[in-house]
Design a protein around this ligand. Structure first.
Ligand code: FPP
Length: 255
């Protein structure tokens, strides 16, 4: 029997929420196949799950949520599927932007969005502009995103912005480099969620997930609900994070 939201919510420690939750939404195709439907029906059903996690994260007070919607590798999919994904994104924004705005959420994108269709870019720009003065959760949608592409883009921007001089003058620090990433100014993900059971990071936020806790569920993305998000956060809060160090008790043991 499914665990209820009302059982899970009290188990979440509001003072120790992940500063950034990143999600690899996977399994839309399998969800559709199980029902004898075309793959795009899975993507359409996946929109409900997007709504669930955006709402659920904002309600909890998660500072940053990032969803992996379209990777640089996804162009290899059939043209009709790519077109539908872009169409769904536009529909989603059209329908949800008011709600996103009303919930004080800041909508943003990460990725090479300048390579997307002009009509998609226009819709994205509208969402970003409308919500830019909000002060609540940052909601990043990763579009035409690749972790390696992001690092290469950061290096190029750094070089164009006096990187050579900085390198000669004491070297570039991790903090300095991170300012050139798409996520500049945002905390790194503490929690990375992946649906549909695959154990891969798929070129997602490669720099930023250095210390992220990874939580994988067999649930397919269209079936993902608030309660799954809560389960992930509860599991995250039970983990002991050491960042390469030792747990405090061990620090006192002589070796
Ligand atoms: C992975 O499932 C899912 C995607 C590549 C796309 C996710 C996109 C959406 C849910 C819709 C638009 C997004 C937003 C933010 C409004 P898959 O097709 O790889 O599934 P499979 O591995 O089962 O084939």
């Amino acid at each position: 029997m499914a665990t209820e939201v009302s059982d899970l919510l009290p188990q979440i420690d509001r003072s120790a929420l992940p500063a950034h939750v990143a999600i690899i939404m996977d399994g839309n195709g399998r969800w559709a196949r199980k029902r004898g439907l075309p793959r795009v029906a899975g993507h359409r059903a996946g929109i409900n799950a997007v709504r669930e996690v955006v709402e659920g994260s904002a309600e909890l007070g998660i500072p940053v949520l990032t969803l992996y919607a379209f990777s640089v590798e996804n162009w290899k999919r059939p043209r009709s599927e790519v077109t539908t994904l872009m169409q769904l994104l536009k529909e989603y924004l059209n329908k949800e932007l008011e709600n996103i705005h009303r919930n004080n959420i800041r909508f943003r994108t990460i990725g090479r969005t300048d390579e997307l269709d002009a009509s998609v870019q226009a819709e994205l720009d509208k969402g970003i502009a409308k919500t830019s003065r909000n002060s609540g959760m940052i909601f990043n949608v990763a579009l035409n995103y690749g972790g390696r592409a992001e690092i290469v883009d950061a290096v190029n921007r750094l070089l164009r912005n006096g990187g050579k001089a900085a390198a000669d003058n004491g070297g570039i620090t991790e903090e300095h480099f991170a300012q050139y990433l798409y996520t500049a100014g945002q905390p790194d993900p503490d929690l990375l969620i992946r649906t549909s059971g695959e154990l891969r990071v798929s070129n997602f936020l490669l720099w930023q997930i250095a210390y992220a806790e990874i939580w994988v569920t067999d649930t397919l993305w269209p079936d993902f609900e608030k309660r799954h998000l809560y389960e992930a956060i509860i599991a995250y809060q039970k983990r002991e994070r050491r960042y390469g160090g030792l747990e405090p008790a061990q620090m006192t043991i002589e070796h």
